[in-house]
Design a protein around this ligand. Structure first.
Ligand code: FES
Ligand code: FES
Length: 141
């Protein structure tokens, strides 16, 4: 089996059996994001306790890449301190710019090939954008 086929299988598996779909308690951080180029949406919820992402759930409607990426992202960030979740996000975005991953990105590396299709990069980064929005300190109102 070619690596490309293996990657495709990982993506399809996360798309068809997404992990961490659902909702968290009302006090969870909630971010709704829309990919303006296609209208696909994701609602991401994070439970953060003592600076650690203790749980992550999402709901969304979108293409296989966006939903697989959301599924993989929620798996990857659960249990991480916020700073590490953001560092992971930076690594993922670097991979989407075509750079070699600077760390083991696990299942996320299945999305590496997306970097060759500029129109699809937004699909893969939608969930990560939501993550960054959820954990970055908000300016005081
Ligand atoms: Fe080649 Fe599984 S048989 S990757
Ligand atoms: Fe909409 Fe991929 S086509 S997120």
């Amino acid at each position: 089996m070619q690596l490309d086929d293996l990657y495709r299988q990982v993506i399809m598996d996360h798309y068809q059996h997404p992990r961490n779909v659902g909702e968290l308690a009302a006090d969870a951080i909630t971010v709704d994001l829309r990919n303006p180029s296609c209208g696909d949406e994701i609602k991401l919820q994070l439970q953060v306790k003592d600076g650690v992402v203790t749980d992550a759930r999402f709901r969304g409607s979108g293409c296989s890449i966006s939903m697989a990426s959301a599924s993989m992202m929620t798996e990857a960030v659960k249990g991480l301190p916020i700073a590490e979740a953001l560092a992971l996000s930076r690594s993922f975005r670097a991979m989407m710019r075509g750079e070699e991953p600077d760390r083991d990105l696990g299942d996320l590396e299945a999305l590496q090939g997306v970097s060759k299709f500029p129109a699809r990069i937004k699909c893969a980064t939608l969930a990560w954008q939501a993550l960054e929005k959820a954990v970055r300190p908000q300016p005081a109102e």
